[in-house]
Design a protein around this ligand. Structure first.
Ligand code: KG4
Ligand code: ZN
Length: 444
């Protein structure tokens, strides 16, 4: 089946088209095309995500991305700013979803009951063929509710216009199952007129025994450790008691005067530092539970910076207004003065030591959970999973205990719609449909 997936939970607008088949034990997820519009530029001057701006940007971006997937279908935005309406004037309102069925033609009658002339019918059928989608999957939570509502509204308006069902999807399940979006070099190029194939599930991967598995989801809002018995059964082993790992990265980045987005900028700065230069605490590493806590670590960094004021990097950074370009984080200028070089080194050491503390805790707890629960695989996902040092360290430790390591390709760690489509397909197989209502606190 063809799924169109929509993601608007935070500051990335994402749309993706996927071809999904197979049972829950061996789902086949073939990604046809995934597009993401980042709002980094818009939020950077504020140092973080502004929900009302995020909402406005989603309204602007959704039609643009939609046209990249379906160039022949028009989208118009009407309504008010608080409740926009999305219109699809040339999509038609077919009453049956099977365009191949010759009986469809009698079904195309105007609401007044007048038979449509055959060229109009053909046009509607063409339009229907330009939108070959069986289901729309949209993130309904968790996330910023004003932002979530925009994706839901778009999905509902489109679903009504195209007579296609809409399914609510849990964003965290999207992250959890993003490992199914592994790049597959043998995907044949798709025929002309359809977007090119880029990734699909490595089917042999699922033929081996993955379960039980332990999954670490690390994002801007969540740090969760799960144990999975199958693709449909899991329970939470632990989670953060305060800040999420990504949130801690973002806050420490701000303390170091690094521009938004904090996580990738801090990683870049840390690459030039000595992780043993400062001994920061490893909160809850030896606690029996599988819970996490990063707020104390963040405070330790704050105290360290108070006592070592040279370890800031504001003098090294380009002005904020020139920075917010996604994919070019941490535009640290070369600094020629002796003081500048000392500051740069001190800030890099703090960044590296903080990052090492976070990684020690995340990896230590995940590996202990995998050992204690007899896991066969370890899954890593969420925005922080794009951190190379974390990916590498968890991968190495996972291999040491003889487990399979499942991590999505780099671009599917941060928010995207491809993962929402994969989770939507699995939710369909599990007969799970989250309400089409924004739920900022939806759990997993
Ligand atoms: O999953 P995600 O894109 O959005 C949420 O669902 O929250 O995660 C965003 C978080 C942010 O806190 C961001 O700073 C962090 O992931 N992040 C990173 C890196 N890239 C993104 N943290 C550390 N290192 C990175 N390379
Ligand atoms: Zn996310």
């Amino acid at each position: 089946m063809r799924i169109l997936a929509i993601e608007t939970s935070c500051d990335e607008t994402g749309l993706a088209l996927l071809e999904c088949s197979g049972p829950l034990t061996a789902p086949k997820i073939k990604l046809i095309k995934s597009v993401v519009a980042s709002q980094v530029k818009v939020h950077a001057p504020y140092g973080g995500v502004v929900p009302t701006l995020a909402k406005r940007e989603h309204v602007k971006n959704l039609p643009v991305l939609f046209r990249k997937l379906f160039p022949k279908i028009q989208v118009e935005v009407a309504g008010t700013e608080s409740r926009p309406e999305f219109k699809f004037p040339n999509l038609g309102h077919p009453t049956t979803r099977s365009c191949d069925d010759p009986k469809i033609i009698p079904a195309f009658r105007s609401s007044q009951g007048t038979a449509l002339n055959s060229s109009r019918v053909r046009k509607l059928l063409d339009n229907r063929n330009n939108f070959p989608v069986d289901e729309i999957a949209v993130t309904s939570g968790p996330g910023l509710e004003p932002a979530l509502w925009m994706g839901i509204t778009f999905a509902q308006d489109l679903g009504r216009a195209a007579n296609v069902p809409v399914r609510g999807v849990n964003h965290l399940e999207g992250h959890l199952f993003s490992f199914l979006l592994v790049s597959h070099p043998t995907v044949p190029p798709l025929s002309k007129g359809r977007p090119g194939g880029v990734a699909s599930t490595p089917y042999p991967l699922l033929a081996t025994r993955l379960f039980p598995a332990v999954a670490l989801i690390v994002s801007g809002g969540h740090t969760i450790l799960l144990r999975l018995d199958s693709m449909s059964r899991w329970h939470k082993l632990g989670e953060t008691r305060d800040d999420a790992a990504g949130e801690a990265y973002d806050k420490v980045a701000r303390m170091l005067d690094l521009p938004y987005p904090g996580g990738p900028n801090l990683e870049k700065l840390a690459a030039g530092g000595n992780p043993r230069a400062v001994e920061f605490p490893r909160p809850m590493l030896h606690d029996k539970s599988y819970d996490f806590s990063f707020s104390g670590l963040k405070t330790s960094v704050l105290y360290h910076l108070r006592d070592h004021p040279t370890a800031h990097c504001s003098s090294l950074l380009a002005p904020r207004s020139s920075l917010p370009i996604k994919g070019r984080p941490g535009e640290v200028r070369p600094c020629n003065s002796a003081l500048g070089r000392r500051q740069s080194a001190a800030a890099a050491d703090v960044a590296a030591a903080f990052q090492q503390a976070v990684i020690d805790v995340l990896v230590g707890k995940t590996i202990r959970a995998a050992r204690e629960t007899g896991a066969r695989s370890v899954i890593l996902s969420g925005g922080v999973a794009s951190n190379k040092a974390l990916r590498r360290t968890l991968g190495r430790e996972t291999k040491k205990i003889g487990c399979q390591y499942l991590v999505p390709p780099w671009k599917f760690n941060t928010d995207n719609a491809a993962m929402v489509g994969a989770a939507g397909y699995l939710a369909k197989l599990r007969r799970k449909n989250y309400p089409l209502r924004a739920n900022g606190n939806l759990g997993i």
